[in-house]
Design a protein around this ligand. Structure first.
Ligand code: J5X
Ligand code: AKG
Ligand code: FE2
Length: 344
């Protein structure tokens, strides 16, 4: 078992917060999933776009450095992941989520576990449930799960996941190096961080499913949150702007998908490493009546025993040093308040 799974073991989640609704069996939104209008129908700005960076641009390092500082989120093109690979994962994700509930429950996440089928881990922090089901993969956890779901035909799933994880890990590593270089820190720090992420097997892949919803004005796909690790790479092969980010002084902004582009966002650990220069972006997902949306998120992290502390030699640190495992524990208990517990 990977350490990232171990890091979640101390904060078990109750089963009723793990088992998703049988979305196909309902024709209206049950009270348990009915959010106040004010939470769902927030004013959203469509006219502003998050930065878009061509990774082959000679200025890519500077551009994503600025984007991370200013926004904490950007999209990248020319990222080297073939569209076919993105489509293959989406296809396999759809195959998984369209299985009957009885089948999906065979690979239900356990209360102390991190991998498998279930509701989002942030679910216990909200009084209403989300219009969402997920499948989390860490390391090779999907092999056993796929064998349970498709005993004679699991390889197309595991092969596609394997290729995707490798591609994402490479890309995440490349982007992390560019971001660290843009922070004006020492070569030693860059080298040691590069090593602590590259040899580690601490990425997680999350397949997200947002089924069609009979009343999208009362349901939430994924409630507002920040991602915990260093950075997240998100693939959304559909055309609707379901992902929204919160920008200080502006409000909620819809992230319009760009064909062939991947969305990259800063997570809490990179926020700490950068001493707050890169904000970990607050985001949420809305649902639709007609479209069953699938997204695939890759979370890139350092080894869980690594110490994370602000890297800059110039500024006074505003966060204390802590291990990844310790941060995951704090986040699992305090969610949005986690960073304030790390502040000096
Ligand atoms: C490595 C990770 C990152 C996790 C936890 C664990 C596995 C699943 C990830 C997500 C995916 C859905 C949103 C989120 C907020 C959630 O509930 O589970 C993510 C969370 C985090 O970024 O904190
Ligand atoms: O589905 C999306 O667009 C975002 C998913 C997300 O925020 C997550 O998996 O952490
Ligand atoms: Fe997220």
């Amino acid at each position: 078992m990977s350490n990232l799974s171990e890091a979640y073991r101390d904060t078990p989640v109750h089963l009723h917060h793990i088992i998703p609704l049988d979305f196909h069996a309902v024709d209206s939104v049950p009270e348990s999933h009915e959010w106040p209008h004010s939470d769902v129908l927030r004013p959203v700005i469509d006219e502003i776009s998050i930065p878009l960076v061509d990774l082959k641009d000679p200025n890519a390092q500077k551009l994503i450095g600025h984007a991370s500082e200013d926004w904490g989120i950007f999209q990248v093109t020319n990222h080297g992941v073939p569209l076919g690979v993105l489509m293959d994962v989406e296809f396999e994700a759809r195959r998984l989520f369209s299985l009957p509930v009885k089948e999906k429950l065979k690979v239900l996440r356990s209360p102390e576990g991190a991998t498998g089928y279930g509701a989002a881990r942030i679910s216990p922090f909200f009084s209403k449930f989300m219009w969402h089901e997920g499948f989390t993969i860490i390391g090779s956890s999907s092999v056993d799960h796929a064998k349970q779901l498709w005993p004679h035909d699991y390889e197309s799933f595991t092969d596609v996941i394997d290729v995707y994880q490798k591609k994402m890990k490479e890309l995440a590593h490349q982007i992390l190096l560019l971001l660290l270089k843009s922070l004006e820190i020492s070569e030693e720090d860059i080298t040691s961080w590069a090593a602590s992420t590259h040899d580690s097997n601490n990425g997680a892949l999350q397949l997200n499913s947002y089924p069609c919803c009979p009343n999208p004005s009362r349901a939430i796909g994924l409630a507002p949150h920040t991602d915990s690790l260093l950075l997240t790479i998100l693939s959304q092969t559909h055309d609707s702007s379901a992902l929204q980010i919160f920008r200080d002084g502006v409000g909620w902004i819809a992230v319009a998908p760009v064909r062939d582009a991947l969305v990259v966002n800063v997570g809490d650990l990179l926020h700490i490493l950068s001493n707050g220069r890169f904000p970990s972006v607050y985001h949420q997902v809305i649902v639709s009546e007609k479209e069953h949306r699938i997204s695939v998120a890759y979370f890139y992290g350092p080894r869980t025993d690594a110490q994370v502390a602000p890297l800059s030699r110039i500024e006074v640190p505003i966060y204390r040093s802590l291990s990844v495992k310790e941060f995951i524990g704090i986040k699992a208990k305090h969610l949005d308040k986690a960073l304030s517990f790390v502040r000096i």
